[in-house]
Design a protein around this ligand. Structure first.
Ligand code: DP6
Length: 316
């Protein structure tokens, strides 16, 4: 019986659209930060006692997706035993806080170890990616880059900087904790139908350079505008795909407008949003309490969680 913990991650540069659906190969490089308070803990046990895969904590299609991922690992081991899987998140899943990222990163590590397969970080990242694209970024520590690569063997994530490199915070603002209607997996499928999709991919390198420069210099004045631009750009693609996909709600917009106002008043804080209505506010640690205080008194805010950069997937 093996237990692994893996963090969710917030994408500064996003993965949206797949050039290979089955292998989950992206169109562009992406960059993220692991989140200290949003993580999945998964325990896996393979045993002849089980007559099918039993997955506690998930339902329906998600169970099938987990089973399929276990098949990939069982195949590598040449082992046909069924597994008991127990998985728990510290945050609501399916609401735009990458639960599939932390979920598949933790599952990959725990199942590999339970099968006594020894993989290095790169191999784990590749396997996690095939389970869920963004999961490959939850394997390495801290601030992470996922390179597009030419093929499955070289499309993986690695750490740009460890978690203690910069006291950046993600003040996560939850405005809706119910599950979204359209999963990101479904949404990805229609990404290229947006007339803006290819323009996005062509222009993304410039933003990637800005994000890298911001990280290198630990300069939020460079990083922040680049991640906001990136979030708006990805959501413009989502909204203009067929069928169109609106992950933002009116509540999301209210937070965005407040952030812009606070910044005008001198508080350095920037927003980004993944596949859901909740908003991630990026600021330095010395401003995190102030940002959190301001956000808590806004209407429609269900809860607020201050995340620090975190280590990647690990065994417990
Ligand atoms: C908007 O990794 O959830 O959060 O590969 O189908 O599991 P699948 O998709 P997923 O997509 C995440 C999309 C995103 C942006 C990002 O995290 O980069």
């Amino acid at each position: 019986m093996v237990t692994a913990v893996a963090p969710a991650n917030i994408a500064f540069i996003k993965y949206w659209g797949k050039r290979d659906e089955a292998l989950r190969l992206p169109w562009n490089d992406s960059i993220s930060m692991n989140l200290s308070e949003a993580y999945t803990t998964t325990t896996v046990e393979f045993s002849p006692r089980f007559t099918k895969d039993e997955v506690e904590g998930l339902e329906g299609e998600e169970v099938a997706r987990v089973s399929k991922h276990l098949d990939r690992l069982r195949k590598l081991k040449g082992n046909a035993l069924f597994a008991h899987v127990e998985t728990k998140n510290t945050f609501p899943k399916g609401s735009g806080i990458a639960s599939s990222a932390s979920g598949f990163a933790a599952l990959t590590l725990a199942a590999a170890k339970a099968l006594d397969l020894s993989f290095d970080e790169k191999e784990l990242s590749i396997l996690a990616r095939i389970g869920s694209g963004s999961a490959c970024r939850s394997i390495p520590d801290g601030f992470v880059e996922w390179k597009v690569g030419e093929s499955s063997e070289d499309s993986y994530a690695y750490s740009l900087y460890p978690s203690d490199y910069w006291d950046l915070c993600d003040v996560l603002v939850i405005v809706a904790s119910s599950e979204k209607n359209i999963s990101s997996t479904k949404g990805h499928e229609a990404a290229t139908s947006s007339p803006f999709f290819h323009a996005r991919v062509e222009g993304i390198n410039e933003r990637i350079e800005k994000v890298k420069e911001g990280l290198k210099k630990k300069d939020l004045g460079i990083l922040g505008p680049a991640i906001e631009e990136e979030a708006i750009n990805m959501h413009a693609v989502m909204m203009s795909q067929t069928p169109s996909l609106f992950y933002w709600s009116g509540k999301t917009m209210d937070i965005i407008q407040s952030v812009i106002q606070w910044r005008d008043e001198g508080l350095p804080v920037y927003f980004t949003i993944d596949a859901g209505p909740n908003v991630h506010l990026i600021c330095e640690a010395n401003n995190a309490q102030e940002v959190s205080r301001k956000v808590r008194i806004l209407p429609n805010v269900e809860s607020v969680v201050i995340n620090k950069p975190a280590q990647g997937a690990h065994l417990v």
